[in-house]
Design a binder for this molecule. Structure first.
Ligand SMILES: [Zn+2]
Length: 292
C-alpha cells in the first residue's frame, strides 16, 4: 500500500520543545517537507500545553486515543476535546485521512535518538534498518503492541511511530539534538518516498532491537511517596546492560538496592521526569538481534 499522506506531529507533550519548535519551523517553511509521492502536514498537537510550558493541561494527550475515549461524548477534559479534534483532522481512526503519523517527543533520560516502534511489522523493521544505516547512533525500542485500541496519537493512522530524543530537560532546547532529530525526520521522509517508488532494497544486516519487558517503579511507601532514587551508578546508563547484583536504587539513608532478578536487562527511560507521576522509574528491555 502506498503512503499518500504523512502528518508530522510535535508538542503532543507541551514541555517537549524539540518537536514543538521543529513543527513551528516547518509551518514557517513548508517547502522543506515537500515530496513528490505524498503530501505532508506539520502540526502542533497540544498548543495550549505548549503555551503553558506544561506536559498537559488536564491529562496526558498521548493516552487519549482509544476508540472508546474518542467516541465517548462525556469526556470533557481539555486533552479529550483536543484528541477528538485531532481525530477529525487526521483520522478518523479506522478510516484516516493520513496514512502515516510521526510523533516527535523528547525525554530527560539519556536515550540519544530512539525510534519507538509499535510492533514487529516488517515495514517498521525495514524502515528502522534503513535509518540505522544512515544514523548508526539511532536506537530502536519495540514497545508492546497495544492491538486495536492503542491510546497513542499515532494510532489514528494505519502506520506511524514516535521518536524520542534526550537527554533534554523539560521546557528547553538542545541544539545538537534538535538538528539530529531534524535530520532523522528527513531520512524518514526519504524512506517513504523510496518506498512509494519501489526503490528500496531489503536490508540484509542484523538490526538491534530493544524489546520492552516491563515497567519498573520506584520503591514507595504506603502513601505512594518515594523511598529511594535511581542509583548514581545507573543514572544515564540507558541501553546498557543491567545484571543481577548491579545497583538499581539508593535510599535517602544511603542504602543501595540491587537488581536481583536473574535475567539481564537493558533499561531505558531511566529517571524520566514525566514518569514519576506515572509510577515508572525506568523500563526494562531485552536486547535482541533481528535478521531481516
Ligand atoms: Zn513525550
Amino acid at each position: 500500500m502506498q503512503i499518500g499522506s504523512v502528518a508530522i506531529v510535535g508538542g503532543t507533550h507541551g514541555n517537549e520543545f524539540t518537536g514543538a519548535y521543529l513543527i513551528k519551523k516547518w509551518q514557517k517553511h513548508p517547502e522543506i517537507l515537500k515530496k513528490t509521492s505524498f503530501q505532508t502536514l506539520a502540526l502542533l498537537a497540544n498548543p495550549q500545553a505548549f503555551q503553558a510550558g506544561r506536559r498537559y493541561i488536564d491529562r496526558d494527550l498521548n493516552r487519549c486515543f482509544t476508540l472508546n475515549d474518542l467516541q465517548n461524548p462525556t469526556l470533557s477534559a481539555w486533552e479529550d476535546k483536543r484528541a477528538k479534534e485531532l481525530n477529525q483532522l487526521l483520522g478518523p481512526k479506522g478510516h484516516p485521512k493520513f496514512d502515516f503519523i510521526l510523533d516527535l517527543h523528547s525525554t530527560t533520560a539519556n536515550m540519544g535518538l530512539t525510534a519507538i516502534l509499535p510492533g514487529p511489522d516488517s515495514f517498521y523493521l525495514q524502515l528502522a534498518a534503513y535509518l540505522t544505516s544512515i544514523e548508526p547512533a539511532l536506537k530502536v525500542y519495540q514497545t508492546l503492541s497495544q492491538g486495536e485500541d492503542s491510546y497513542y496519537l499515532e494510532s489514528i493512522s494505519e502506520r506511524g511511530f514516535a521518536l524520542e530524543v534526550g537527554p533534554v530537560p523539560q521546557g528547553t532546547l538542545h541544539a545538537g539534538l534538535f538538528q539530529q532529530t531534524e535530520a532523522l525526520v528527513y531520512a524518514i521522509l526519504d524512506y517513504i518516498e523510496k518506498y512509494n517508488r519501489g526503490e528500496l532494497t531489503a536490508a540484509n544486516s542484523p538490526l538491534t532491537l530493544y524489546r520492552h519487558l516491563k515497567v519498573v517503579d520506584y520503591p514507595r511507601n504506603q502513601n505512594g511517596e518515594l523511598e529511594a532514587m535511581v542509583h548514581p551508578q545507573l543514572q544515564g546508563r540507558d541501553y546498557q546492560e543491567l545484571k543481577k547484583g548491579d545497583p538499581l536504587f539508593i535510599t535517602f539513608e544511603g542504602e543501595t538496592i540491587y537488581y536481583e532478578e536473574s535475567e539481564t536487562v537493558w533499561p531505558v527511560f531511566i529517571n524520566e521526569a514525566a514518569y514519576y507521576e506515572q509510577g515508572a522509574a525506568m523500563c526494562h528491555t531485552k536486547k535482541t538481534e533481528v535478521y531481516l
